[in-house]
Structure formats: structure tokens, C-alpha cells
Design a protein around this ligand. Structure first.
Ligand code: AMP
Length: 192
């Protein structure tokens, strides 16, 4: 089963993806993680990407589609969880084509709904916790970048909600509440 976790930054997509990896043997494909890896490589591409990410803007479709294409090659017996991808309509079309080329399809798109103030608060707290624990703080986990990330989400990613709804693939879950409650809502969608 291949699924997309769709939702604004700070909605908890990564946390829920980790759970699905453990519980269902799925493979998480997070373009954010892949880009952060590219960034730490110190290459010219990595440095350019780092600046765009720190501002909270989206990197180009070409780069992220290329990253996903590579990872899909390897296949995943338990299926893929797309986390933070697709983020634009062009990426959504590309994903559909890449899956079709492999004779695969998308089984569900789970939209995690969380209100904006909670999102900003979560991200600011995530940065505080990381700093207190001595872990590196994400360059884009501050209030300014977060506002840009939210705006990018509403302008470029939120149209995917209508796109997948029209295809009959969209399911909404409440992203507020305890992690286990959200897990249960997502499981209910995947098992239905
Ligand atoms: P994330 O870890 O998913 O919050 O992503 C962090 C940052 O990486 C985003 O704010 C973007 O700058 C970049 N990014 C991640 N995934 C994508 C994507 N699918 N398309 C464009 N930019 C992305």
C-alpha cells in the first residue's frame, strides 16, 4: 500500500510516518529529510537548497522529483509513505506517473488537519526542546520561516486537497490530540 501524508508543516507527518514504518513495515520517503542530507553534503547544490529551506520556501520541483524517482527504483515490499511530498500539483502529477510506470498506484491520501496557531506553537517548541537537549535546531524552525512555510503550504500545497478529493483518494483526520489518537485515526483510514 502506498500512501501520502498531507498536511501543513508541524502537523505531525514525520511522527506518524515513523509509527507506520514500525507498525506496518512501510518505507518512509521524506523529501525534507533527503534535502537536509543533501544540505549537509556541502556541495553547491546542497548549499543552494539550504538557503531556500532556511527561508521556508519550496525547492524546485525538478530537484525533489529527482530525489523521489531514485528512491522509488529500490521498491518497498510494505509500500511507501510519502511524507512532505508531493507539495505542488506538478509534483503530484509526476508521482502519479512514476507510480504508474512501476505498475503501482496510490492507495490513500491522508490529510492531517491542525490549526495554524497550534502549528506555529509546535514548531517553536520543537526548536526550544532541541536547543535544551543539545540537539541541532532546524534552521527553519523559527516563527518567521514558519510563517513563510505556512504561506507556501496554502498557496502551493493545499490545492492538492481538491486534486486528491476529485480522484476519490482523500481522507481527513484530526491532527490535534495525543499522538496515539492520531495514529488510531490514520489506522482506521488505512484499514477501511
Ligand atoms: P519538511 O521537513 O517536510 O518540513 O521540509 C523542510 C523544507 O524542505 C521545506 O520547507 C522545503 O523548503 C523543503 N521541501 C521538502 N519537501 C519538499 C517538496 N516536496 N517540494 C519542495 N520543497 C520541499
Amino acid at each position: 500500500m502506498n500512501i501520502i501524508l498531507l498536511g501543513p508543516p508541524g502537523a505531525g507527518k514525520g511522527t506518524q510516518a515513523h509509527h507506520l514504518v514500525e507498525a506496518r513495515g512501510m518505507v518512509q520517503l521524506s523529501t525534507g529529510d533527503m534535502l537536509r542530507e543533501a544540505k549537509s553534503s556541502g556541495t553547491e547544490m546542497g548549499n543552494r537548497v539550504a538557503e531556500v529551506m532556511a527561508r521556508g520556501e519550496l525547492v524546485t520541483d525538478e530537484i525533489v522529483i529527482g530525489l523521489i524517482r531514485e528512491k522509488l527504483e529500490a521498491g518497498a515490499a510494505g509500500g511507501f509513505i510519502f511524507d512532505g511530498f508531493p507539495r505542488t500539483l506538478a509534483q503530484a502529477d509526476a508521482l502519479g506517473e512514476l507510480l504508474a510506470e512501476k505498475g503501482e498506484s496510490l492507495d490513500a491520501v491522508v490529510e492531517m488537519e491542525v490549526d495554524d496557531e497550534t502549528l506555529v506553537q509546535r514548531v517553536v517548541n520543537r526548536a526550544k526542546e532541541a536547543a535544551a537537549a543539545g540537539r541541532p535546531v532546524r534552521a527553519d524552525d523559527n516563527e518567521d520561516s514558519m510563517r513563510t512555510r505556512l504561506m507556501e503550504y496554502y498557496k502551493k500545497t493545499a490545492p492538492l486537497i481538491g486534486y486528491y478529493h476529485a480522484k476519490g483518494q482523500l481522507a481527513k483526520v484530526n491532527g490535534l490530540g495525543q499522538i496515539a489518537e492520531v495514529q488510531a485515526s490514520i489506522s482506521a483510514v488505512l484499514d477501511s
